[in-house]
Design a binder for this molecule. Structure first.
Ligand code: SAM
Length: 282
């Protein structure tokens, strides 16, 4: 028996390929008394595929507060509940936070059943640094607010991870190229685990141009990963960091630092140190 009574299980479901659910996830969905689903119409095909007949209750962003009391009463009476979202890990840019917080407050056990998460899947295949990453979720919807949010992240040295929909992918990437610079390394991960899975590793400017050329590349679901800024750059101008970053792609550290210093007027030693730190830590 995998499932214990009176527990909330937070169950990750596939982000595309229906095979991407754990054996434990399947057992939990089969054995719990109730599945709280973001959209029952969305979860039903998965349950049908797994031949699971557990009753479902819809819990989405706008009825979450109203459903909370009902679910807490079920848990208090000893029922086991699984929380699922439409795809991937619940609460990661998905509903569920109020329920989990309330369980924690009331001393009801919450148990994760890990599995797919688009951000982590994209990161694992991106080739960008994974030692530190900064998950930003969906950028704001309007260009002004987006650019403002991105400006706050320009100096962040961790890899940046964003979610974006097909409606705003071009606009968001364009704003990223404007704020982070067209030369900043970036990876566009589209339709992961699905038929049209595409992972393009390039720079922001080139990614924008590629989407403008090919409308098909604007379809589907996206994770955008942006390489972090060079580290310890507080006392060096962003332009010098940018130039150094580009030169480091093709040249050894000493030569890149020397050339960047000549181009930008920054101190050679400082740029050399910066490049070394980045080589060591990045
Ligand atoms: N909770 C989910 C998770 O764990 O990944 C994310 C839910 S969020 C509402 C949906 C967004 O995740 C999409 O707009 C897209 O940015 C990203 N996403 C989900 N599935 C994806 C996939 N197969 N390929 C690329 N991105 C995906």
């Amino acid at each position: 028996m995998t499932v214990a009574k009176g527990i909330l299980y937070v169950v990750a479901t596939p982000i595309g390929n229906l095979g991407d659910i754990s054996a434990r996830g399947i057992e939990v969905l089969r054995q719990v008394d109730l599945i709280a689903a973001e959209d029952t119409r969305h979860t039903r095909p998965l349950l049908r595929h797994l031949n699971i007949r557990t009753p479902m209750l819809a819990m989405y962003e706008h009825n979450e507060a109203a459903q909370l009391d009902k679910l807490m009463a079920c848990l208090a009476s000893g029922q086991a509940i699984a929380l699922v979202s439409d795809a991937g890990t619940p609460l990661i840019s998905d509903p569920g936070f109020p329920l989990v917080r309330e369980c924690q407050r009331k001393g009801i056990q919450v148990s994760p059943v890990p599995g797919a998460c688009a951000a982590v899947a994209a990161l694992s295949a991106s080739g960008l640094a994974t030692d530190r990453f900064y998950f930003e979720g969906f950028p704001p919807r309007t260009s002004g607010a987006r650019q403002q949010r991105f400006r706050g992240l320009v100096a962040e040295s961790a890899t940046l991870v964003f979610y974006e929909s097909s409606h705003r992918i071009r606009a968001s990437l364009t704003d990223m190229a404007t704020v982070f610079g067209a030369d900043r390394k970036a990876v566009l991960a589209r339709e992961l685990t699905k038929i049209h899975e595409t992972i393009v590793s390039s720079e922001l400017g080139r990614l924008v141009a590629a989407l403008e050329r090919d409308a098909d590349q604007r379809k589907g679901e996206f994770v955008i990963l942006v390489g972090g800024a060079l580290k310890n750059s507080d006392d060096v101008s962003p332009e010098a960091v940018r130039v150094l970053d580009i030169l480091l792609e093709a040249l050894p550290v000493k030569q890149a630092a020397s050339l960047a210093a000549r181009i930008t007027g920054e101190k050679k030693n400082r740029l050399y140190q910066l490049a070394l730190n980045n080589e060591v830590d990045g």
